[in-house]
Design a binder for this molecule. Structure first.
Ligand code: HEM
Ligand SMILES: *[C@@H]1O[C@H](CO)[C@@H](O)[C@H](O)[C@H]1NC(C)=O
Ligand SMILES: *[C@@H]1O[C@H](CO)[C@@H](O)[C@H](O)[C@H]1NC(C)=O
Length: 490
């Protein structure tokens, strides 16, 4: 009985997909042929995406479709992927992301936070310079706490975990302020929220083989029953209540002589729509959770890639060390660098860009087509189709990357003056167009201040003595978990 229902559904789903693929009105990208019904290209895409996509592109051209997880998805090569990033009237990354992880179910007040990007820009990014000192103090403090003096060589494996903790300190300070960021509980919420929230997306979407997006609907139901973010929201709300009460009291008491805490939370409290007699703590917590979600994992992950590459290639460290010594001369008596010093870390910046360039996944940044779209070459994609960017195609292109695009050449970006935050045709880490990551300057500044300190403070080598490059899981790259040896510079 069950078997026939399942088989029947599979058959129906396949027919449905095939029917849609043959929509006669549109000039669709070619569908790469496949041997196994239902499975389609799923297996080869998961096990050998690098070679597979290269072969597909060679045979089928700039834009082609694959049959993955019971659904036709379109892969867009370097010639046309900027169209996906720039035409936000037709492509939406938010919807695609929501299908992977229903964040709107996890953060219930998100729908009311329509101006999040504007808020981030005005409350944080436009004031980055004023956060320079606190950012460095926090990074230096956390580095000391989690890596330490290392008078004796110290091995740290799974650098990502350590990096996540370190990155939480400056970000928590900027978002909830100096006082709250002293609480271990708050730091833990910052470091664990993303992983807890994203746990459900670890399940491969096997239910999609039965019916398109079935996995998404089931995940939404699971999250409604068990929301992994709730415990973090409770902790945040508890502390926010005390902190907001305290700030309102002190402001009342000291009036004009009150020293306003400069942080994101205070900016929220000064919004016109904020009503001290009717405070929606859950909404404030959700806003902070959204920024935790987009900032901590991304920054720690990138920073881990860079430090693994740096440690793996000791031949470049001396040159970077000399640059940092030079930059160091600008530090004040507390060892704090001025904001402008970031621009003088040119070699480090280029190293970071190179490391990030080669740590990007084979294909990334899915977008959903929101209305039928015709690419410049005439091929068309229907509404609702998922479109993936063929990132590797960009990174393997000599005209975009310079000679030997596959090899790690840390100073290749010095000649082109492309800084690590610069988006464009040859660098997709931060997306592009209107929706390009608005937090990228914050992320890169943190990575630079952190590495400045690390390069001056420690000798680094991999425990294995070998290059520990990114590890592939399916089409995605993750930083290696191999050990790094930190030892105090003598
Ligand atoms: C190395 C670290 C980071 C990486 C790799 C990264 C990457 C990205 C990417 C790929 C997007 C999507 C762009 C698109 O749709 O075209 C994005 C969006 C976004 N990022 Fe980042 N990001 C990083 C750090 C941060 C930080 C530190 C913050 C904030 C504090 C942040 C806030 C955001 C926000 C709010 C969006 C949504 C923008 C929109 O939809 O208009 N990101 N990021
Ligand atoms: C964002 O929206 C809120 C209302 O929900 C408003 O009070 C605030 O001023 C807006 N912020 C910006 C930077 O536009
Ligand atoms: C890079 O910057 C330097 C100095 O700022 C300038 O002389 C050079 O022409 C620039 N190169 C490119 C390719 O823009």
């Amino acid at each position: 009985m069950y078997q026939s229902v399942i088989l029947g559904s599979l058959l129906l789903a396949t027919l449905y997909v095939l029917k849609r693929m043959r929509d006669p009105k549109l000039n669709m990208p070619p569908l790469v042929r496949y041997k196994f019904p239902i499975i389609g290209h799923t297996y080869i895409y998961l096990t050998n995406s690098e070679e597979f996509l290269k072969q597909c592109k060679k045979e089928y051209g700039e834009i082609f479709s694959l049959y993955l997880w019971g659904e036709v998805k379109t892969i867009v090569g370097k010639e046309h992927l900027q169209e996906v990033l720039k035409r936000d009237d037709s492509f939406d990354a938010g919807i695609a992301f929501e299908r992977l992880l229903p964040l709107s179910v996890i953060l219930k007040h998100l729908a009311k936070f329509q101006n999040s990007t504007k808020v981030l820009k005005e409350y944080v990014m436009n004031k980055l310079k004023t956060y320079t000192e606190r950012m460095q103090k926090n990074l230096n403090f956390a580095t000391q706490k989690y890596i330490g003096d290392c008078d004796e060589p110290k091995i740290i494996s799974n650098v990502y975990d350590t990096m996540t903790k370190i990155i939480c300190y400056p970000i928590a300070d900027i978002f909830v302020g100096k006082e709250l960021s002293q609480y271990e509980e708050i730091i833990n919420t910052f470091s664990d929220f993303t992983i807890d929230a994203a746990k459900i997306s670890i399940i491969p979407p096997v239910l999609d083989f039965i019916y398109p997006r079935l996995q998404y609907y089931i995940n939404c139901i699971i999250l409604k029953i068990y929301n992994p973010a709730v415990k973090h929201q409770r902790i945040l709300i508890k502390h926010l209540k005390n902190q907001i009460y305290k700030r309102l009291q002190e402001k009342e008491k000291y009036g004009d002589s009150w020293k306003r805490p400069a942080d994101f939370l205070q900016d929220l409290l000064e919004e016109e729509s904020f009503d001290p007699n009717n405070i929606n703590y859950a909404e404030i917590a959700d806003k902070i959770c959204l920024f935790i979600f987009v900032s901590i994992h991304t920054t720690s992950n990138s920073c881990t890639h860079v430090i693994m590459d740096l440690t793996s290639r000791p031949e470049y460290i001396q040159e970077l060390y000399e640059e940092q010594l030079e930059v160091r001369k600008e530090a004040d008596e507390n060892g704090i660098l001025p904001f402008e010093a970031l621009n003088k870390m040119k070699k480090l910046d280029s190293f970071i860009r190179e490391s990030l360039r080669l740590s990007e996944s084979i294909s990334t940044l899915p977008h959903v087509v929101t209305k039928d779209y015709t690419f410049a070459n005439g091929l068309q994609v229907p509404k609702d189709r998922a479109v993936h960017l063929y990132t590797d195609d960009v990174y393997l292109d000599e005209s975009l990357q310079g000679p030997n695009p596959k090899s790690f050449e840390p100073f290749r970006h010095l000649e082109t003056n492309a800084s690590a935050t610069k988006i464009g045709k040859n660098f997709l880490l931060f997306g592009g167009g209107k929706h390009a990551c608005p937090g990228r300057q914050l992320a890169i500044n943190e990575v630079k201040f952190f590495l400045h300190n690390v390069i001056l403070k420690y000798n680094l080598r991999t425990e294995s003595g070998k290059i520990e490059g990114p590890k592939m899981i399916g089409p995605r790259k993750f930083p290696s978990e191999a050990g790094i040896v930190f030892e105090k510079r003598k």
